[in-house]
Design a binder for this molecule. Structure first.
Ligand SMILES: Cc1cc2nc3c(=O)[nH]c(=O)nc-3n(C[C@H](O)[C@H](O)[C@H](O)COP(=O)(O)OP(=O)(O)OC[C@H]3O[C@@H](n4cnc5c(N)ncnc54)[C@H](O)[C@@H]3O)c2cc1C
Length: 576
């Protein structure tokens, strides 16, 4: 396996379960890839970008149930487990609603120690500007809650004066969730596997078409194709809640993401809880790695070349060479499980084509590499979407003195004023996130799409008494260095939570920039699940498989599933 993210680890587990041996070659100094957690010297857990663990993802249950844990977590993860035991024995933990709502944090995923978020969000809205340029109204927080899990909060949000969506909108969201709940997981994940036409229609429509126009007769994803009986949502629902919420999940505030992925997410939200693992988001990768044989994973090994040849017994083998030509590993089958752009380079190398060569062009070397493998490489090479997470710490004294909900409530704080654009931004500097110039030097408007206090969800994210704050930007701004970005975030945090005095009291811990957070997943980007076995190589080439979120859906579930499928296909080919 080239790559030790969730996909590469799941592939290795599938291979080992069939009695074969394998190696995972990982370029960095640890496993997990984009789903990894760093521990600061003073004990904060910093995920490699803010992410949520969904308890309902079926693949994580299946993968963890498929094999016993061979090595319990050690080091910081073991320490987090110890601290989690202490937190879990505190009165009122876990919260009663989480136990009653059946979020399913037990069973095979109990070892992840998932700690739930409040099922809903606080949404920052700003009253509309008055006529003829009158100043923007005051900004405030409003709660949007899941009626099944938090009925009291949900009833309050049904008031006609609630700023986020109409009453009908909330009914529509409920209908969308129920419609998603009735969908088959596999049908949602694999284009055309089952019920092909309907799924293809859903992939054709962006999220916005699903949300805004799905009930229009004859529209894509409506009527016979999509049973979701939704009407157009009020703009206050789209801009204030759906845009920051789904835009944060998909790193695309334009809501251009394929609507089927949105249904998939609604399906996941319907069936389980949004959580953080006590040892950080990297706990899932650690749990899969802990099921692999000792010595399977080699870190610090960056693959740069991949060439088919003959082994000592004259059997077909791949030779994977390390960057700089330092080392080479031979394997009877290879799973490429890196992020898309690196996978594209390795696939082209495997096909004997120079990185930028055309099929049949001079760089092809006249080898006539098949269009199949190059099409797969071209798909993997597409630039992804990115985001930034800025982490701050509030010390124990600050947290104890202030007694603010910010440090105590396990809730997501959403920027629902961003799209209400330029007027609001000029009046109060609290909007304009969708202004195409945001991120430029001199920008003073909003930068935060969503925020949370991870230590309020899982206390292990911060040393005892102190708090971790996580502020997420739904794009990677160019031209802003860390100092400028931190200042902008603090300025917005000062407006959002003035009592916390963030500029004065918070300490910058880290800025995590992830230019390739997810592959492109816009409507029309094509089937999300690539075939595991790469076709179109020379007839005597050994099996080559591709896995990862670019070959599936960009979720923990999608990465694990594509890895497992690739591992199974590799084992099957070798055992034939
Ligand atoms: C900030 C952020 C938030 C997210 N939030 C969520 C969320 O809330 N819920 C959700 O389900 N999903 C979320 N995702 C998506 C999810 O994390 C990814 O889809 C998934 O982790 C991808 O796994 P992967 O194994 O396909 O790729 P990766 O995790 O990228 O793994 C690829 C691995 O290959 C290694 N590698 C690269 N090149 C080489 C080479 N040449 N040789 C050897 N190794 C190499 C890399 O170091 C890496 O470890 C989020 C992603 C990000 C970035």
């Amino acid at each position: 396996m080239i790559g030790g993210g969730l996909a590469g680890l799941a592939a290795a587990l599938a291979v080992e379960r069939r009695g074969l041996s394998c190696r995972v070659l990982e370029a960095s100094d640890g496993v997990g890839g984009r789903a990894r957690t760093d521990v600061t010297p003073d004990g904060f857990l910093l995920d490699r970008g803010f992410a949520i663990a969904l308890s309902s993802y079926p693949e994580q249950r299946a993968v963890l149930a498929s094999a016993p844990l061979l090595r319990p977590p050690s080091g910081p993860a073991a320490d987090a487990a110890r601290r989690d035991d202490a937190a879990a024995s505190a009165p009122g933990f876990p919260p009663l609603w989480a136990m009653l709502s059946g979020g399913g944090v037990g069973g095979s995923i109990a070892e992840l120690r998932l700690r739930p978020f409040f099922s809903g969000a606080y949404v920052r809205t700003q009253a509309a500007t008055g006529a003829d340029g009158a100043p923007a109204g005051a900004s405030s927080w409003s709660c949007v809650a899941d009626p099944l899990r938090h009925p009291a909060e949900a009833v309050a949000s049904l008031s006609p004066s609630h700023p986020v969506g109409s009453v009908l909108d909330k009914v529509r969201i409920g209908v969308l969730r129920l419609a998603a709940a009735s969908r088959d997981w596999d049908a949602l994940r694999s284009a055309g596997d089952q019920d092909g036409a309907a799924e293809a229609a859903l992939l054709a429509g962006p999220t916005s078409s699903l949300l805004a126009a799905a009930s229009r007769p004859g529209s894509a994803g409506s009527g016979g194709a999509d049973p979701t009986p939704l009407g157009p949502f009020d703009a206050s629902m789209v801009d204030r809640f759906l845009r920051p919420f789904l835009g944060g999940i998909f790193f695309d505030r334009s809501l251009g993401t394929a609507s089927r992925l949105t249904l998939f997410v609604f399906r996941a939200l319907q069936g389980g809880l949004n959580c953080l693992p006590a040892a950080g988001i990297g706990a899932l990768a650690a749990a899969v790695e802990g099921r692999l044989r000792e010595g399977t994973v080699t870190t610090g090994w960056r693959a740069s070349g991949l060439a088919a040849g003959r082994g000592e017994d004259d059997g077909a083998v791949w030779t994977v060479s390390e960057a700089g030509g330092r080392a080479a590993v031979r394997a009877r089958a290879v799973v490429v499980a890196t992020e898309g752009p690196t996978a594209a380079r390795l696939l082209r190398a495997a096909a004997g084509v120079a990185p930028d060569g055309e099929v049949g062009g001079p760089a092809d070397g006249g080898g006539g590499a098949d269009a199949d493998v190059l099409a797969l490489a071209a798909r993997a090479a597409r630039p992804g979407v990115g985001g930034v997470t800025v982490y701050f710490a509030a010390d124990a004294l600050t947290v104890a003195e202030s007694k603010l909900p910010l440090y105590a409530e396990p809730v997501l704080w959403l920027n629902g004023s961003g799209h209400l654009a330029a007027d609001d931004a000029s009046a109060a500097g609290d909007g304009g996130l969708d202004d195409p110039t945001w991120g430029a030097a001199g920008w003073s408007g909003a930068v935060i799409n969503h925020a949370c206090c991870p230590s309020a969800v899982a206390p292990t994210y911060a040393p005892a008494g102190s708090a971790l704050l996580s502020l997420s930007l739904a794009a990677v701004p160019t031209g802003l260095d860390d100092a400028a970005l931190s200042t902008l975030c603090l300025a917005q945090a000062d407006r959002w939570w003035p009592e916390a005095r963030p500029s004065a009291r918070w300490r910058l811990l880290s800025i995590v920039r992830t230019p390739y957070a997810q592959p492109p997943q816009r409507a029309g980007d094509g089937g999300v699940e690539a075939p595991a076995r790469v076709a179109g190589l020379a007839a005597d080439a050994p099996p080559l498989l591709v896995a990862g979120d670019h070959a599936s859906a960009a979720t923990h579930d999608g990465a694990l599933r594509s890895g497992r499928r690739a591992g199974e296909a590799a084992a099957e080919a070798l055992l034939k």
